[in-house]
Design a protein around this ligand. Structure first.
Ligand SMILES: Cc1cc2nc3c(=O)[nH]c(=O)nc-3n(C[C@H](O)[C@H](O)[C@H](O)COP(=O)(O)OP(=O)(O)OC[C@H]3O[C@@H](n4cnc5c(N)ncnc54)[C@H](O)[C@@H]3O)c2cc1C
Length: 469
């Protein structure tokens, strides 16, 4: 039985009183963009009963108090670029709370190296604003041109620079949060160290909008690297390419990005862009490496060291790459892949980086046995493998069964290698069955107890990550 209530005309009037009439959408045309995200799976598409656009934390808190009184689910949403249907209403119904009006950069302090932003700021916009002041916001998901910083925090987004700077959690000093019951509070502080109670900001970050709504963030900045090189190393095999993942840190070389693309991906991307890629006709496998240096000389030394290690690992050629070109090739993967063949599932496996090679070997064997084709790119430096499972050789109707069988085996392998289901995309609705299956029961029980403590009525984003009953 659905314990939630529907949005009534009286509730709509109350929402309009909080945010203003024009910021409550109920028209089908206006609500359609909010019925899905960028994930794969028709069964998760769900029209919200209403979409509400608060201007600030006070309005957000008022909406949460109303939703608690009326027992109406609230789903927070940034730009909707998520891949696991976390920002989409489900069978419980309810409203989408969009942060798109909360899109101000409040402050950039170039002296103290931080910036304060609202959750609806597009990630690329805040990166550009920091850059204008000679500063770097180090979070860098591939979707940066469209996703929002609030969504990045809620999913603990990773991306290309995570190998050096860590994930979004590592870029955040503190967050203002509206609790599920409608209080406004701040977790975290601009401190280098702290041993004062539980670090609640660390739990909210990555909780995928189930424990609180982030309404402001204080972000860490670093000086913008002045000397940067982009290197493309081409390897004759997947194994030789991936051996770089352990070889670089062993030599004490700290890279900013280390991205892997295999020869099949390079072929598909080349075809999509209609551009011949280097070594594509010789089954070349790419490692894209970004290196930052304190000075020109420091960078030169770094490049020489990287070149040497790449060649020791078996690279056929190591190029100084054009940054725009090489990153275009990497970032267009999702579109290129889908254009060539329908994608049945997008995986986000993460294992210790030294286990990537083993993971790919074992997955190849599963693919052969189960007649599943896939291709993938990897944030190789942090052991994160994005795999597109292709709908090739089976119909859309057969897709669910085939993908489930593959995922069951694949996750077993991932966990046996010390990995987890998701490195950066999260669990959302799509992977909650697997989270329940593969998480230690004690840990799962404690996660549910945390949810209950934050959200006693189960109002905020119910049915995401796990089911409560
Ligand atoms: C082409 C492409 C490339 C991508 N590349 C990467 C990548 O490199 N790295 C990576 O990590 N991800 C990547 N993603 C996934 C996605 O872009 C990220 O998960 C991103 O962080 C989502 O941000 P968003 O604003 O779109 O959030 P949404 O999709 O709107 O929401 C995502 C989740 O966060 C919650 N949420 C959103 N805003 C708030 C808030 N203010 N408070 C509380 N909860 C909130 C939602 O409820 C939902 O559960 C990619 C996606 C695409 C389509």
């Amino acid at each position: 039985m659905n314990k939630y209530h529907q949005v009534t005309p009286a509730v709509l009037t109350a929402l309009q009183a909080i945010v203003g009439e024009k910021y409550v959408y109920t028209d089908r045309d206006k609500c359609i963009p909010y019925e899905c995200d960028e994930g794969v799976g028709k069964e998760y598409i769900h029209m919200p009963e209403a979409v509400v656009l608060p201007a600030d934390a006070a309005q957000t808190a008022a909406i949460m108090r109303l939703a608690n009184r009326e027992r109406i689910p609230v789903v927070p949403r940034g730009a909707g670029t998520g891949l696991e249907f976390g920002a989409v209403v489900n069978e419980f119904g309810g409203i989408i709370l969009s942060t798109e009006r909360m899109n101000r950069i409040v402050e950039i302090d170039a002296e103290r190296l931080y910036m304060v932003v609202e959750p609806g700021v597009v990630t690329a916009v805040l990166q550009e604003e920091a850059e204008k002041q000679g500063l770097l916001y180090a979070g860098d998901p591939c979707s940066g041109d469209s996703c929002c910083i609030g969504g990045n925090a809620a999913t603990n987004a990773g991306g290309n620079r995570a190998v050096r700077y860590g994930t979004t959690r590592d870029q955040i000093y503190s967050i203002e949060v509206v609790t599920p019951t409608g209080e406004i509070t701040t977790f975290g502080s601009r401190l280098k160290k702290v041993s004062t109670g539980y670090p609640l900001e660390k739990i909210i970050i990555g909780s995928e909008g189930t424990l609180g709504i982030i309404t402001k963030l204080t972000l860490r900045l670093v000086p913008l690297p002045q000397h940067t090189a982009h290197i493309l190393a081409v390897f004759p095999s997947v194994d030789t390419a991936l051996s770089l993942v352990t070889a670089l840190p062993k030599e004490g070389i700290e890279v900013t990005c280390l991205e892997f693309m295999d020869h099949e991906v390079i072929r598909v991307v080349g075809q999509y862009l209609d551009e011949k890629q280097p070594y594509a006709d010789q089954n070349g496998n790419y490692m894209i490496i970004q290196l930052d240096g304190k000075s020109e000389a420091d960078l030169d030394d770094g490049c020489i060291a990287v070149d040497e290690v790449c060649r020791q690992c078996g690279a056929m050629e190591v190029f100084a790459a054009d940054a725009a070109k090489v990153w275009k090739v990497r970032k267009v993967f999702t579109e290129a892949s889908a254009a060539e063949c329908p994608v049945a599932a997008m995986e986000d496996f993460v294992v210790p980086p030294d286990q990537l090679k083993e993971l790919l070997d074992q997955l190849q064997a599963v693919g052969r046995t189960q007649h599943i084709s896939f291709r993938g790119v990897s944030h190789a430096g942090d052991g994160n493998l994005h795999l597109d499972v292709l709908r090739r050789g089976f119909t859309e109707e057969e897709s669910q069964e085939k993908v489930e069988a593959f995922e069951d085996t694949a996750y077993r392998i991932v966990y046996s290698l010390g990995g987890r289901i998701s490195g950066e995309h999260g669990i959302g609705q799509k992977r909650k069955k697997w989270l329940a299956r593969y998480t230690d029961p004690v840990a799962l029980q404690l996660m549910k107890a945390v949810k209950k403590a934050f959200d006693p009525n189960g109002i905020l984003n119910p049915g995401k990550l796990f089911d409560m009953e």
